[in-house]
Design a protein around this ligand. Sequence first.
Ligand code: NAP
Length: 315
Amino acid sequence: MRKLIILGSGAAGYTAAIYASRAQLEPLLLAGAERGGQLALTSDVENYPGFPEGILGPDLMEKFRDQAIKFGTEIVDDAATRVQLRSHPFVVEWASGREEASSVIVATGASAKWLGLPNEQRLRGKGVSGCAVCDGFFFKGKDVVVVGGGDSAMEDSLYLTKFANHVTLVHRRNEFRASKIMQERVRKSPKISIIYDSEVVDVHGASKVEGVSVKSRKTGEVRVIAAQGLFVAIGHEPNTELFRGQLELDEKGYIRTFGPTTATNIPGVFAAGDVRDFRYRQAVTAAGDGCRAALDAEKFLQELSEQEAEKVAAN
Ligand code: NAP
């Protein structure tokens, strides 16, 4: 039986693996469907400490992975298909395997929601982005479109005004769901114009974004806005389907953790990174969370082995 299984290969999962393997917990890490997580889908990462020249997201994740392997983490490049966390030991299954474990760290992350436009995925990383903080810097002096009406869309629009020449915010209704204060800031910004009651229906460009088609929901009229960037800010979805009914989730589907630790409602199961955090969602905060989860798991396993030793002594 494994001491620890880690689910997920983003910044949180790999960092948990680095710490856990250095603590000789001999972890097994299931990398999941998207090896490297969301960072593997971005281009330059310029805000991860230690890389003053910046580093490509996929390269950064490969470095995390190499470091985890160096200290003895065993990696399976597959996604868990079923987990049993209700009784101890826990069980994790994937297409070609099954393992039991004394503890589990869930670091399955979150996935940006996309609009599902015909050319959206083709132009991802070529002007289409799901992360203004990650990519905003590359739009200096450019015109960009942001989609959404929540706090993320407000925050992204405001953030992008630092770089972009102009930001057009497109929302499908005539009122935002974002907090009033954020709405106010957006409305007051001279660099942001707002198009209400409208949907982005396509994004254009051969090798990079050149324009965005916006359709009025009132008149049906479609117009093309010249832009070099499209930022989709319509929310994230935590990857928690596998745990529904076992781990306690909040109303948005993120894993609930308790107290100052990464502990979930099930002793021995810990959650780290975007799967439990919708607020910060940064590589460095996810990595920090992975470290915390590994330390929490180590403490849990230590206490478990002390309890077992006591039971043996009592018999
Ligand atoms: P959100 O609050 O769920 O808002 C998503 C927005 O995207 C909504 O306005 C929604 O429109 C729109 N939308 C969803 N699907 C769409 C689609 N297919 N096409 C077009 N528009 C679509 O998500 P969020 O803004 O990411 O915020 C998530 C949570 O994080 C919220 O609780 C938020 O307060 C919090 N947050 C806080 C901060 C902060 O405090 N600084 C920053 C970011 C996020 P409708 O309104 O019509 O449904």
